[in-house]
Design a protein around this ligand. Structure first.
Ligand code: LLP
Length: 386
C-alpha cells in the first residue's frame, strides 16, 4: 500500500471527515490533458459540476481551460475563479429565467439548448437585454454508453437533448428567432465511459448529422462532444492520470470536422476524480453475524456515490500496516444504503484509524448533503500542509 501518497502524520490531529485534494496530481493531470488537446487544437471546458471547490476551480482556470456550467451559481463560481466568460458554456435541461439573464449579462460563449420552449425563452430574454444569444443544439444522438444506467444520457429514453427526429423542426424554430444565433452542436452520451468504441459510435453519428446539415446548407461553427471519459476506480495508485491520449485519438480519428470547425470537449471526472480522497476515522469495529463492520464517521452525506450508484471506491487504512482483513465498511447515517463497501480488504482496523476513500475528487464534495444535520465536510489541499 502506498501510504506515501498522503501527509498522514499531518492528518492525525485534524477533525474528520474531510476531503483532501492532491493538487500536485491535479496539475499533472491538467498538463497531460493540455498536451493532447493542444496537439489537435481542441477547446476543453471543465465540467464544473464534478468539483466546484473554489480553489480547485482556480487551479483549472489558471491552466487556460474553459468551463461547462449547469446553473447560474456554477457560472458565478466559474467567473469568480477566473474562467473567461468567452469560454463558458451553459447546459441543462431546465435553465431558470434568472440563470439565463445572468448568463446573458455576462456574455458567456454559448447556451447548450435542449428544447424549443427553452430556445424561445432565451430569445425573449436576449431581446429584452438587446443581445444576441449564441446557442448550440444539444442533440440526443441515441448512442449507448457502457456505464451505469443512472449516468447514461444519450439514449432516446433520457430527458436530455433534442431527438434526432425533431431536429428539422427545431432548426426551423431557431431560424425564426431574431435574437438567437446557432453556432454549434452539442452531444454527451454519459459518464464513466471506458469503452472507447462508445466515443467512436458517437463520432459516427455526428458525421451522419453533419452530412444532413451540409445537405441543408446549414453552417455550424462548433462541435462539442461533451464529457464522459472514465477513470480507474479499482487501481487509483497505478492509474492516477486517465488515458487522455487514447480518448482524444479516437475522437480525432473518427470525427470528420468541416473546414474551420472548432472541436470542444467537456471533461469533468477525468480531471478531478483521482486527486481527491475522503479521509474518515474508524469509530467502531462491530462484530456482525456474518461479517465485521468498520463503522466510519463519514457516510453517504459526504460521499453518496456508493449508495446512489453502487459505485466502487477503493478504501485504504492509512494508519495501519497490520494484516489485511475483510470488513463491511459503513457510515453512521440512519439508512441501510449507507454502505461504502462490502467485504473490502483493508489493513486490520481499530478505533481511531484513518481511512482514505479514494478517487473521490469528482462528484464527492459537490454531492454532499446535510442529511441528519451533519455539517459539510471540510477541505484541505496539498499546499495547506506545506
Ligand atoms: N457534459 C455534460 C453535458 C454532462 O452532463 C456531464 C456530466 C459532463 C459534461 C461531465 O461528464 P464527466 O466527464 O464528468 O463524465 N454524479 C454522477 C455523474 C453525473 C454526470 C452528469 N453529467 C457520478 O457520480 O458518477
Amino acid at each position: 500500500m502506498k501510504k506515501g501518497l498522503f501527509p498522514t502524520n499531518k492528518f492525525i490531529n485534524l477533525t474528520t471527515p474531510f476531503y483532501y485534494y492532491d493538487t500536485v496530481l491535479l496539475k499533472a493531470t491538467l498538463e497531460s490533458l493540455k498536451q493532447e488537446t493542444s496537439k489537435h487544437n481542441i477547446e476543453a471546458h471543465y465540467a464544473v459540476k464534478a468539483n466546484a471547490n473554489d480553489r480547485i476551480l482556480n487551479i483549472i482556470a489558471k491552466e487556460g481551460f474553459g468551463a461547462d456550467c449547469v446553473s447560474g451559481n456554477e457560472i458565478k463560481a466559474a467567473l469568480n475563479a477566473g474562467f473567461p466568460a468567452s469560454k463558458i458554456v451553459f447546459a441543462g435541461v431546465g435553465k431558470d429565467d434568472w440563470e439565463i439573464n445572468y448568463a446573458l449579462e455576462n456574455n458567456i460563449f454559448c447556451f447548450n439548448c435542449e428544447s424549443i420552449p427553452e430556445i424561445e425563452i432565451i430569445n425573449e430574454l436576449a431581446h429584452k437585454q438587446q443581445k444576441i444569444a449564441s446557442i448550440a443544439l444539444r442533440i440526443n444522438p441515441n448512442v449507448k454508453a457502457d456505464t451505469h444506467h443512472y449516468i447514461t444520457t444519450g439514449v432516446a429514453e433520457n430527458k436530455f437533448g433534442i431527438n434526432l427526429s425533431d431536429l428539422e423542426k427545431v432548426i426551423d424554430v431557431v431560424k425564426k428567432q431574431a435574437n438567437i444565433k446557432l453556432i454549434g452542436l452539442h452531444f454527451h452520451i454519459g459518464s464513466q465511459i471506458l469503452e472507447m468504441n462508445n466515443f467512436k459510435s458517437l463520432c459516427t453519428r455526428i458525421n451522419e448529422i453533419q452530412q444532413w446539415m451540409l445537405d441543408q446548407k446549414i453552417v455550424i461553427k462548433n462541435i462539442n462532444v461533451g464529457g464522459g471519459l472514465g477513470i480507474n476506480y479499482q487501481q487509483p495508485n497505478e492509474n492516477p492520470i486517465p488515458n487522455f491520449k487514447d480518448y482524444i485519438n479516437v475522437i480525432t480519428q473518427h470525427l470528420t470536422l468541416q473546414p474551420h470547425q472548432q472541436l470542444h470537449i467537456e471533461p469533468g471526472r477525468s480531471i478531478v476524480a483521482q486527486c481527491g480522497s475522503l479521509i474518515a476515522k474508524v469509530l467502531y469495529i462491530k462484530e456482525g453475524t456474518h461479517t465485521k463492520f468498520a463503522i466510519l464517521n463519514a457516510g453517504m452525506t459526504e460521499l453518496i456515490r456508493p449508495a446512489l450508484y453502487q459505485a466502487y471506491h477503493l478504501i485504504e487504512n492509512i494508519t495501519s500496516e497490520e494484516e489485511m482483513e475483510k470488513y463491511d465498511i459503513v457510515g453512521p447515517i440512519c439508512e441501510s444504503s449507507d454502505v461504502f463497501a462490502k467485504g473490502m480488504e483493508i489493513n486490520r482496523a481499530k478505533r481511531g484509524d484513518l481511512v482514505a476513500l479514494r478517487s473521490a475528487g469528482a462528484y464527492g464534495e459537490v454531492m454532499a448533503s446535510r442529511y441528519n444535520l451533519r455539517p459539510y465536510p471540510t477541505v484541505y489541499l496539498t499546499e495547506d500542509f506545506q
